[in-house]
Design a protein around this ligand. Structure first.
Ligand SMILES: Nc1nc2c(c(=O)[nH]1)N[C@H]1C(S)=C(S)[C@@H](COP(=O)(O)OP(=O)(O)OC[C@H]3O[C@@H](n4cnc5c(=O)[nH]c(N)nc54)[C@H](O)[C@@H]3O)O[C@H]1N2
Ligand SMILES: Nc1nc2c(c(=O)[nH]1)N[C@H]1C(S)=C(S)[C@@H](COP(=O)(O)OP(=O)(O)OC[C@H]3O[C@@H](n4cnc5c(=O)[nH]c(N)nc54)[C@H](O)[C@@H]3O)O[C@H]1N2
Ligand code: SF4
Ligand SMILES: [Mo]
Length: 749
């Protein structure tokens, strides 16, 4: 049924009940962007209470206070001074998070797909009707194909609630793009080396470091709050920053050394650095002796990989490679080679992360001040509910263990398992999607489209009419994070701490919290024993009582710190330290990988080069936006409304491009961006690459501020290099050229 799931532009509907922004926003119209951002209302509101929450604009989860005025509206957000994630300061996106609440384009009522005379549209529905429909569909599909045939794609807090529902139903086919499209390879690379992954927030002791090495990692544009603050403090204290990036990033501009590497060659640089550390005996000999295995094998393996060898590959001067390796060696152990975060680049990403891990190990910085500290989370008991039924299969079984080192579900494997072919019928039949805009998040649009056509049912829980909602059979409007209670944050950090998120105001429109949606569906599916509470506040209260606090106390504190770490922050008696690897040591040479048929030590392999007249498409972050989720935010749009394409002057001259001119980008497979983007001519990018900020080029017309603004990098990423170890989709092997005439593409999806 190829027409069963057309992309529906929600704009085709009269949504009704749309209050004008001026009547709902506490922020005076006409106020400047900064005034708006800071919540400086010209008619200063009277604050009557402040409610603790933590930010959902990105996954650093800064704890904050929501100021509520006498009419019950949130008017201002400020960082919680006791929070180790933000130290009392929100980033621009966090402050502008209030725009999520007052975005008049929000989803306001449940929507159900209907086949009408003029094709498919959505009609508004009551929650009762929409939930009944979802529950009936899930029941029908679970009865027919087993509950395992239902998958959940999620990112952020609603995922936990729907995950609980799905596990109670009997499926653990649950995936987030933060694994196979983001940090999965780094977790796996570090696990194979140190026995533990990196996790979030990264336990990098940046505030006390003497040397920070950033490989691609573009802190400063990547605005992960605590990290940015610590990096800025480290710079003030005179720390050396070394940035490896084909683009002169904000971080590069703060660096003593910028290494404008040829993209896709980082492993060669890492091997050369390892070579210098070993041949010049700059590594930490005691540390290596005590805690590592395989040093001798590494030493003989690394011999040919000199800076001169790497020069031919990376285009980086041998002298610069040596100098920077010496800087690291002399700062050790107060040195960090940052593990990065979005690391799904070229398909050999787990091995690149291994090379980063090996380099860190040689520098002896594990468990050392100014290196990596030992993070610890406050243990928090789960609210008691019955054990989940055991699923009879998961995505690993249907893919024949294709990605042997994947520890979490691989979203692209679940998508593949949703596609039907003659010889391989689809095993996944229905999707729940919560808090992830898959069409702008998952590369290879054609594959995703096939899955959209083949699945029998798609429910989306979102706050905005994003691209993903256009594919849904049922759209459920979640209220924003400021309008709901949610899970307690107990992420690891230097100090044990928790933060709460309590509803600061009543949900606007006919929107509901994720926990409520999960419970209502649970009740309809006969899973009431998994939801033995009425309000999520009861779960929070119970959990808090288990760790000696209460909602009352947390309402006053927002963040609570605890004594009683089980491990010291830094290694005190290193003799006793056991790594969680098979050998109990840091594995410089991985016999585990070797026995699985993979390289025991990372190897450099050449990746495809751009064809004549094409440039490598690289992408990243802008400080005032998060992925695609903020592109329509009324306050953040004032700071940046569209992306531009960074082009080297040599290339611009070759193509006769002018600064500010709009161009379309066309990739190696002939795919042209739906919308044009402005040319930004700058020496800050190598001639062989172009750069755009991810998250723009929205094609849902209901996004009144984001629609048609900028180019969408994801639609140009038609090729991926899949990491054979963990399934991560390397996305930087795509090449684009410029189209200066309007290709006049019909914008349908
Ligand atoms: N081309 C390309 N692809 C990428 C990346 C890239 O740089 N380029 N980056 C990758 C990385 S690192 C990551 S982590 C992922 C991120 O992937 P996603 O998390 O999918 O990113 P967003 O585009 O922000 O989509 C978030 C969705 O959640 C919705 N949302 C926001 N708040 C709430 C809420 O409170 N409740 C609910 N129910 N929904 C909410 C938003 O409206 C939006 O539809 O993307 C990956 N994919
Ligand atoms: N403002 C803001 N901050 C964010 C986010 C956001 O959406 N907005 N998202 C957060 C999330 S989930 C993540 S995962 C992180 C991602 O942020 P990071 O992990 O810091 O960075 P990446 O996205 O991997 O890489 C982007 C940088 O890599 C460079 N680059 C491209 N190709 C190569 C190459 O071959 N080699 C090298 N050495 N560099 C290369 C690009 O020029 C760019 O500067 O950001 C986080 N912080
Ligand atoms: S870093 Fe910014 S956007 Fe992310 S959680 Fe913190 S304040 Fe929010
Ligand atoms: Mo990410």
């Amino acid at each position: 049924m190829k027409t069963r799931r057309e992309f529906i532009k929600i704009s085709a509907l009269g949504l009704g009940g749309v209050a004008a922004l001026s009547s709902i926003s506490p922020l005076t119209r006409g106020a400047s962007a900064i005034e708006k951002l800071l919540g400086l209302n010209r008619n200063k509101p009277r604050i009557v209470k402040r409610v603790p929450s933590y930010c959902e604009v990105c996954f650093w989860k800064c704890a904050l206070w929501a100021d509520v005025d006498d009419s019950g509206r949130v008017v201002n957000l400020t960082g919680n001074a006791d929070d180790p994630h933000c130290n009392g300061r929100l980033c621009p996106r966090g402050t502008g998070g209030i725009g999520m609440l007052y975005d008049e384009d929000r989803l306001k009522k449940p929507l159900i797909r209907v086949n009408g005379e003029n094709g498919q549209t959505f009609r508004e529905a009551s929650w009762e009707e929409a939930l009944d429909l979802v529950a009936n569909k899930l029941k029908e599909i679970a009865d027919k194909y087993g509950p395992e045939s239902i998958a959940l794609f999620n990112h952020g807090s609603p995922g936990h609630h729907l995950g609980h529902l799905l596990k109670a139903l009997g499926s653990d086919n649950i995936a987030a793009p933060s694994y196979a499209q983001c940090r999965g390879p780094r977790e796996v690379g570090f696990e194979f080396t140190f026995g533990t992954g990196v996790g979030s927030p990264e336990p990098t002791d940046i505030r006390d470091t003497r040397c920070l090495v950033l490989i691609g990692s573009h802190i400063g544009e990547n605005m992960h709050n605590g990290q940015v603050q610590e990096m800025s403090d480290a710079i003030d204290r005179g720390a050396t920053i070394i940035t490896v990036d084909p683009r002169f990033s904000t971080a590069a501009s703060k660096s003593k050394y910028w290494l404008p590497i040829k993209p896709a060659t980082d492993i060669a640089l890492l091997l050369a650095w390892i070579n210098v550390l070993i041949t010049e005996e700059l590594y930490d000999k005691d540390f290596v002796e005590k805690y590592t295995t395989g040093f001798d094998k590494l030493k003989s393996y690394i011999r040919p990989f000199t800076p001169e060898w790497a020069y031919g590959i990376t285009t980086l001067e041998p002298d610069l490679i040596r100098k920077t390796a010496r800087e690291m060696g002399s700062a050790a152990p107060a040195v960090i080679v940052h593990p990065g975060r979005h690391v799904t680049w070229y398909g050999d990403d787990t091995q690149r992360a291994r090379a980063v891990a090996i380099l860190n190990a040689l520098l002896g910085n594990w468990g050392r001040r100014g290196g990596f500290y030992f993070k610890e989370a406050k243990p928090l008991p789960e609210y008691p509910t019955p054990e989940y039924p055991k699923p009879s299969w998961s995505w690993k079984d249907v893919t024949n263990d294709k990605y042997p080192a994947a520890r979490l579900s691989v979203s692209n494997a679940l998508i593949d398992a949703s596609i039907h072919s003659e010889d391989k019928p689809a095993r996944i039949k229905a999707w729940l999607v919560a808090g992830t805009n898959l069409p702008l998040t998952i590369p290879q649009k054609d594959t995703l489209e096939k899955a959209f056509q083949d699945i029998e049912f798609l429910m989306v829980l979102d706050t905005m009419p994003m691209e993903i909602t256009g594919y849904a059979d049922v759209v459920l409007p979640e209220c924003t994070y400021l309008e709901r209670d949610d899970d307690i944050r107990n992420e690891p950090h230097r100090e044990l701490n928790i933060a709460v998120r309590l509803a600061a105001m009543e949900p606007m429109y006919d929107t509901k919290p994720g926990w409520w949606v999960a419970r209502e569906l649970g009740l309809r599916l006969g899973l009431e024993k998994y939801f033995p509470w009425k309000e999520y506040r009861e779960v929070i209260e119970w959990q808090l009582s288990q760790i000696g606090t209460s909602v009352d106390e947390m309402q006053r504190l927002g963040v609570k710190k605890f004594e009683g770490r089980k491990t010291p922050l830094y290694a005190e008696t290193p003799e006793d330290y056991q790594f969680k690897t098979p050998s109990g040591k840091i594995e410089l040479y991985s016999e585990q990988l070797e026995s699985m048929g993979f390289d025991a030590i990372p190897r450099f392999t050449q990746h495809p080069e751009p064809p004549e007249g094409y440039y490598r498409l690289i992408y990243g972050r802008a400080p005032m936006h998060t992925f695609s989720r903020t592109a329509n935010n009324p306050y953040l749009v004032d700071l940046m409304k569209e992306n531009s394409v960074w082009v080297n002057p040599r290339v611009a001259a070759l193509w006769g491009l002018k600064n500010g001119q709009y161009v379309w980008l066309k990739n190696q497979d002939g795919v042209v961006s739906h919308f044009p983007t402005k040319v930004r001519i700058t020496e800050r990018i190598r001639w062989d690459s172009v750069y755009i900020v991810h998250g723009f080029g929205h094609h849902d017309k209901k996004l009144s501020r984001a629609y048609g603004r900028g180019a969408n990098d994801t639609e140009l990423i038609t090729r991926v290099s899949v990491d054979p170890l963990m399934g991560g989709t390397g996305m930087r092997g795509n090449f684009v050229t410029f189209v200066t005439e309007n290709p006049g593409k019909e914008v349908v999806s």
